[in-house]
Design a protein around this ligand. Structure first.
Ligand code: MN
Ligand code: MN
Length: 478
């Protein structure tokens, strides 16, 4: 044994390379056999979560269920927050916070993981229903940055709420049960596309006003009625939900891909499914809370809506919800909850913006700087900055923070990679990081690389999902 060790056949420069060069290694090659089993178990739970959660409201519902199941209590109802106390808050059914009180006062800073639970989709317009050419149709308005042509000829389900004239709220969820009908935007057939469609540029192959859902075909049996098919749909909606056409005005109905998540590849290494941006981070951060001891610093895991449309609105991360949560924690813990101490607590906090980045698509490598690109299955992506052009709209984390985080990941054997979304000036994107950074806290993007982002069927390596889970778990105890 000793003799073998002394016979290191590497050359001097091989050893030097080992010592000096930044190595990239697949996360699959870094995991132990036991971990590889855990990867698949975690992702089985993830697929269930993803299949159940198709809207921000449904995500909040699952998050609340997780909180209750894991002994988190409603923050407004606890007597006093003590170190180790677990509390949660739900904001307007679209925004949530889970908190584990730390040993130190909040003014020494929290450890925050923030993700978003809204995903690109087709929303019904305020007056969606019409009849044309023997079909009942519904007009939609897309939400978030989609490639519109990807959303045609694919089964869509309808999720959301309708607030009726009498103030009663009905929930609608049609298309997930295999016995349910689905709704479809029909593309133009190739036989008749040559003039109408084939000369269009890619962004206009399907235009916004062409994202119209097919919702019915059978007319009512009455020749005195003009729009017989439309009326038949209205009759169905009234019978089933007690709603009338005007109720669509006060509804939030989202058409989303109806399919359940699936494994991709012979080796089942990849999860494919809708809404992984950014529910994969929501799931990984939630899972990281499953068996946590009383942390040194208060842990806050946040879930926001509206990220895909610029984090605006009262449930987006530009709202003052974070200040509200900090004020609540301070107040309930009997600590100084003055405006100054809230700001101090925010400024002393460290946060991970848990959001997806792009994985290299081998077919379209031209958009990546391959020296600085994220690879599928190579671990969680650490992104110092994103934004566009000359780092516009990037929060650009400090070297000190990146240093702290990469050491944390190394110490906890978290597979990670560092890079950028794509080539300089190729395009770009931002996350919640920039809005949280405005509170003065340290924040950096740490999320999984994804293939086919914003498409109806996004793909993420299970190794990266597990790496994100390990990363968030390590961060919580920082
Ligand atoms: Mn995202
Ligand atoms: Mn997105």
């Amino acid at each position: 044994m000793a003799e073998k060790d002394s016979k290191d056949k590497r050359t001097k420069y091989q050893k030097l390379e080992e010592k000096l060069a930044f190595k990239k290694k697949s996360a699959w090659e870094q995991f132990t056999d036991k971990q590889k089993k855990e990867v698949f178990l975690l992702c089985d739970r993830y697929k269930q979560f993803l299949g159940k959660v198709k809207t921000e409201r449904e995500a909040v519902h699952e998050i609340e269920a997780f909180a209750k199941k894991n002994d988190f209590f409603d923050i407004s109802k606890v007597n006093k927050l003590m170190p180790g106390s677990k509390v949660y808050d739900i904001h307007k059914d679209k925004n949530a916070a889970l908190v584990i009180a730390g040993k130190r006062p909040l003014s020494s800073g929290a450890r925050i993981i923030v993700s978003h639970i809204d995903s690109p989709r087709l929303d019904l317009k305020p007056k969606p229903l019409y009849e044309d050419s023997g079909l009942a149709m519904m007009k939609t308005h897309y939400y978030g940055g989609i490639k519109k042509y990807q959303w045609v000829n694919t089964p869509l389900s309808l999720h959301g709420v309708v607030v009726k004239k009498d103030g009663k709220k009905v929930e609608i969820n049609i298309g997930e049960d295999p016995k349910d009908p689905v709704f479809v935007v029909s593309d133009l057939l190739p036989h008749l596309s040559s003039k109408e469609q084939n000369k269009r540029t890619a962004v206009d192959i399907i235009k916004g006003e062409e994202l119209n859902l097919i919702v019915g075909n059978i007319p009512v049996d009455d020749d005195k009625v003009k729009q017989k098919i439309k009326l038949a749909v209205l009759e169905h909606l009234f019978d089933k939900y007690g709603m009338v056409e005007e109720d669509f005005v006060s509804a939030e109905l989202e058409a989303v891909p109806a399919d359940a998540p699936r494994d991709v590849g012979f080796d089942r290494a990849i999860v494919g499914g809708y809404g992984q941006d950014d529910r994969v981070s929501a799931f990984a951060s939630l899972s990281a809370l499953d068996s946590i001891e009383t942390p040194e610093h208060t842990v806050i895991v946040l879930f926001y809506d509206k990220e895909e449309i610029g984090s605006v609105g009262n449930t987006g991360s530009r709202s003052n919800y974070i200040e509200y949560i900090f004020g609540m924690i301070l107040g309930q813990a009997g600590q100084d909850n003055s405006a100054h101490n809230i700001r101090k607590s925010l400024i002393n906090s460290i946060a991970l913006s848990a959001d997806v980045s792009a994985a290299v698509n081998p077919t379209f490598k031209s958009v990546n700087d391959m020296y600085n690109a994220h690879l599928c299955g190579f671990g969680v992506a650490l992104e110092k900055y994103n934004g566009a052009g000359g780092k516009y709209s990037a929060s650009d984390a400090s070297a000190e923070l990146v240093g702290k985080i990469r050491n944390l990941f190394d110490d906890n054997k978290v597979p990670w990679q560092a890079g950028e979304l794509g080539k300089v000036d190729e395009g770009g994107g931002t996350t919640i990081a920039v809005f949280f950074a405005s509170h003065g806290m340290d924040i950096i993007d740490v999320g999984v690389p994804i293939l086919g982002m914003h498409s109806p069927f996004e793909m993420v390596s299970k190794a990266d999902i597990y790496s994100a889970y390990l990363a968030y778990k390590a961060f919580i105890s920082l």
